[in-house]
Design a protein around this ligand. Structure first.
Ligand code: DAH
Length: 354
């Protein structure tokens, strides 16, 4: 075999070996067999020592060409292996950019909270303060101070949740209505203006609403053991039923955005008001048009209650009302089952977000 054949055979074998190398490590091993220190090309060149200069020249050129051909084949295989490796990696770590992204859903206020905000805004615009009070109450604030002594039959109107550990003056029940806030707020107000009141001055009027959670042992489509109420109280020297009618009509018309809505006062009984009335409203258009719908209890604050506020009932007079924000929300949005508000079902709640 002449030199050219030997070298061609070497190139062919190298190419085959390279292409059979499946990994970069295999390829480097294969390279060593041809181009390494004791590789076949190196061996081939060692045999050139005794040759003439002319022969060295031509043979050397041939060897260099073979070497270059082998190196080219090596580099090509290196690149092919690197490319295959990259493709494998890309495939394994593939991201499907067409998948929907993870969105952060925008939260919103609960429909009853929206109603409470509305109530606060409307009464706030009429100069009413907004007060918050404890949900665990004492017998005194929840009943006794509101002219409902222990043996009063009106106490049976409330199915009360009592809590353990109560003493006569300690909290021992979950408030059954927001009316205790009438006393709590008025007592603070009177305390603040005591000196003025005692001096016969004109006390700034008490004008407050008190929204919040209330509790009764009750559960069906229109009653929940936890529900909301909003109390209203306006006490001054010359506040009458006429004012109540004006204020409540304005409230209802604004709340329901219905200027032709009408009100009716239906005689009723509450221990803390005398006279007392239920307030009914009637829409003149829309799905509820023509029906009388009860929305609040109300009345002129009973003299005993005025006294428990620390005021002289001969001088101070006013009205109170208590309404159900849950029911107002049901009427406003046409919801017929109260329990939906408290189930926490996002499909229901998300319908109220604007
Ligand atoms: N507290 C009453 C209830 O829960 C509602 C009520 C009626 C509140 C008349 C009042 C009122 O302030 O004057 O049934």
């Amino acid at each position: 075999m002449n030199d050219a054949d030997i070298l061609n055979e070497l190139i062919a074998t190298a190419k085959t070996n390279f292409s059979q190398s499946a990994t970069p490590a295999d390829l480097e091993n294969a390279k060593a067999q041809f181009l390494g220190k004791s590789g076949r090309i190196t061996e081939f060149m060692k045999g050139m020592a005794q040759l003439s200069v002319e022969e060295k020249k031509s043979r050397g050129a041939a060897v260099n060409l073979a070497k270059q051909a082998i190196e080219t084949a090596l580099n090509e295989r290196r690149q092919a292996l690197a490319k295959a490796e990259l493709e494998k990696q890309l495939k394994a770590e593939a991201l499907d950019v067409t998948l929907p992204g993870c969105q952060r859903v925008q939260g919103g206020l609960h429909p009853v909270s929206l109603t409470l905000e509305r109530i606060e805004d409307i009464f706030g615009s009429m100069g009413f303060d907004v007060a918050q009070g404890p949900e665990i109450e004492t017998d005194w604030f929840n009943f006794t101070a509101l002219n409902t002594p222990e043996d009063h039959p009106a106490r049976s109107m409330h199915d009360t949740f009592y809590v353990e550990g109560g003493t006569e003056n300690a909290p021992n029940l979950l408030r059954t209505h927001t009316s205790p806030m009438q006393i709590r707020y008025a007592v603070q107000h009177v305390k603040k203006h005591r000196a003025l009141i005692d001096a016969g001055g004109r006390m700034p009027e008490i004008r407050v609403i008190a929204p919040g959670r209330t509790y009764r042992v009750d559960s069906d489509a229109t009653h929940s053991p936890m529900f909301h109420q909003c109390e209203g109280l306006w006490i001054g020297e010359n506040v009458s039923f006429k004012d109540l009618k004006y204020v409540f009509t304005y409230f209802c018309r604004t709340f329901f955005e219905s200027n032709d809505l009408v009100l009716r006062f239906r005689p009723s009984f509450f221990p803390f008001t005398e006279p007392s009335a239920e307030i009914d409203i009637q829409f003149q258009s829309g799905p509820l048009s023509g029906q009388w719908l009860e929305v609040a209890g109300s009345g002129q604050v009973h003299p005993n209650v005025v006294r428990n506020m620390g005021l002289d009932p001969e001088k101070y007079i006013g009205f109170a009302f208590g309404m159900g924000p849950d029911r107002l929300t049901m009427l406003r949005y046409g919801v017929n089952d109260l329990r939906l508000f408290f189930d926490g079902d996002i499909r229901f709640l998300s319908q109220f977000q604007s």
